[in-house]
Design a binder for this molecule. Sequence first.
Ligand code: PRX
Length: 658
Amino acid sequence: MAESGATLSNLSHEDRTFPPSEEFAAQANATAEWYDRADADREAFWAEQADRLTWSKKWDSVLEWDAPFAKWFVGGQLNVAYNCVDRHVEDGHGDQVAFHWEGEPGDTRTITYADLQREVCRTANALTELGVGKGDRVAIQLPMIPEAAFAMLACARLGALHSVVFGGFSPSALRSRIEDAEAKLLITSDGQYRRGKPAPMKENTDQAVADTPTIEHVLVVKRTETDVPWTEGRDVWWHDIVDRQPDTHEYESFDSEHPLYILYTSGTTGKPKGILHTSGGYLTQAAYTHHVVFDHKPGESVYWCTADIGWVTGHSYIVYGPLANRATSVMYEGTPNTPHEGRHWEIVQKYGVTIYYTAPTLIRTFMKWGKEIPEKYDLSSLRVLGSVGEPINPEAWIWYRENVGRNNCPIVDTWWQTETGAIMISPLPGVTAAKPGSAMRPLPGISAEVVTEEAEPVGPGGGGYLVLDKPWPAMLRGIWGDEERYRETYWSRFAKQGYYFAGDGAKYDDDGAIWLLGRVDDVMNVSGHRISTTEVESALVSHPTVAEAAVVGASDPTTGQGIVAFVILRGGVAQDEAKGADAIKALRDHVSKEIGPIAKPRQIMVVEELPKTRSGKIMRRLLRDVAENREVGDVTTLADSSVMDLISAGLQEGKGDD
Ligand code: PRX
């Protein structure tokens, strides 16, 4: 029987806690008192954070909330690019490095704040010449090169909205995003490096804009010297137009609620959603969270967020948050194993990185490659480690702490979404006694709850739906051109209470810490128990042979659903032995022991790879197809579409394993 009132069973337990060292706590940017201060007067707290920015006109009121529509710092005016670039130069920090850029083939560029100011001004002048102005939309599909940041900041400077599309997306994905936003300009490159080789880019983007009448020009950065098709009159080389522009540009200030960007995120049904973010509130929260969650010290820290600029993490934590805080960042163009599996650690060592922010999918990949790889490098500069994008399994957290952080760095597991714009739930590294696998509690100024279907708080030990019960500055301001979908997707489930429904399952442990349990669409129902995929996956990863696991519910005549697990083994594990019947039985028993017999997988399959989206999230829908012997559904959003063939082929071979 399901537990009464609660929506998800609370199965796993974690007793380990890791408080910060006294030394770290003593110098931290935020202290425990911040929670009380924010609770006492939320608006005053956020006003204080907004004051870290430079406003050309101060706001009249902090918040106007007409659910589900929020306005923050109403009446205030600012220029986002000025806040990220010019003001630091004016303050005498023009020589400070903004980006240590590292190209995949090993070429490098060093960009100071003064350089950044000149490049952003030139780009803004070039965009003006190409007819881009306030309110226009600019599509950007670029590799991880500095021009991506220049282009975004130039749009912000002009009050134009950028819509960045991840470099790995297909021409049709780019086209639908251009059409939906009615973009006027596309910024792209001749090619991009992918695993050591140049791959064409403009060839693809040309297909995307073959039939998009809103596009007037295509601005092309030369990166790989790849031959490109060319349309006279429409296409313009970046170096031809940008390089000849004056390197100064007079900026205009915009309303706090002026749109800053659109970023498309896939919905459960077909059409991607254009998530809209605006200026003042977004920048306030991006900068505040970057300051307190990473304990960033301007001019001292060397910060590296490994995300791609095509995702929200790249927007908020490569561009806007860090630059507003005058960070010195590493920007890396390539893949983590090009040309070898120690590339990230080599970069950490080379630049003395102090803050490293990455995704669980990559941490588990590092586990698969083995701890011998990071061991070879000097990682002693690291002070804070971050994680984002998925629940981090406790064992992966411990591995990260031991092998990357050398037991010496607080880990911040940061929960947020494209829609939230900035980090919402996370430890504060100088305050929180973190538990491996828990995002802990909402940041000062943020409010979240775990509730039942009936919107009742589940209380300590209970599982349910994660909701955000109060507006926050960086919240999405809507879905581009589709107000109805905005209301329906996020605000209809708990309409009466006015809660934002995040789509994630979560639970409180007995101490009130929050544990994310995966998307509610992925929850399994076994004999009436609602079991989270995350908990079973974490139990599997806590076995010494397993690096990564994906778990799905497959229909079962007796239990409703049966648990089917797909696992990837760790580096150094004898593969044949670990695939044998005894080893599989040991794994099933291990899950049973860790979280209870109800969660014991019906079937476990060892695979080489898991199907993932391009941002690294496991696509359980496809694994459900395999587990239920159905033809595998739409694989177009997979990073590597051959993975499903491999898994299906492996299954045919391994039938009768269990
Ligand atoms: O399910 C949660 C998961 O990622 C979703 C948001 O994805 P996206 O909009 O692509 O943004 C990713 C980067 C912010 C969430 O609904 N997620 C993100 N961070 C965590 C997480 N799940 C558990 N723990 C996290 N730290």
